[in-house]
Design a protein around this ligand. Sequence first.
Ligand code: SAM
Length: 240
Amino acid sequence: MQRIAINPDQIKDKLITLTSEQQHYLYRVLRLQKGDKFIAMDGMGKWWLSQLDNTDALILHQLTVETELPISVTLMVALPKGNGFENIVRCCTELGVACIAPVISDRTLLKPSSQKLERWKRIATEAAEQSERAKVPEILAPIAFNQSIVSFTNFEKYICVARGDSPHLLHCLQNQPDIINNSHNKSVVIATGAEGGWTEKEIEIALQNGFKPVSLGRRILRAVTAPIVVMSLISGISEV
Ligand code: SAM
């Protein structure tokens, strides 16, 4: 069944007031007609079976969705070159990320324009619809590394470091079953660098702020690949 993301403010009693964009998508793109059913998702965990009624939709009943990871993961990603971040948003949304915090590190080359955030949010919404997620991940506005790194309290924190002898992320997570089962309600934040990696200074600041250095294996992954590997490892360990 077709799904669209709506804003919870659009719901009053049992009626969803559809925006003209949503009407266009449902009637013209999906070719649904009055009386047809679709799923409305509020992006915060709720899905409703709904029925088209001209410019509104009637809520028939709430649906149970259990497609979220048991653990809330924030990726702190130093922005890669070109459109690489769009790929990261799309793939990591499919893999269950809760929040992505783009950062500008010393070796970040990209200077994102202000319209980029809206585009990234749209990509996250579409990927959440497509992958049947209950929630749309939050995409934060890009900020400087030094600002972001101090902002995570009550998180289990890791920074991916491409070289050296850091323990593997998988090994660290296996030793933290409470985190994986979410029994302490503690979120995880994992930082990955841009093409040039982190500077020594950035790694030092991260460690001072409680981040533990981790490896993703023996090969050097591209800046776009690393966050996807992080999410693959986490979805594997927390869902199996
Ligand atoms: N030029 C950097 C270097 O030589 O260290 C490599 C940077 S890598 C292309 C981009 C980012 O992906 C790194 O900063 C790191 O966060 C992550 N990364 C890539 N491969 C990794 C690995 N094997 N283990 C941990 N992190 C990795």
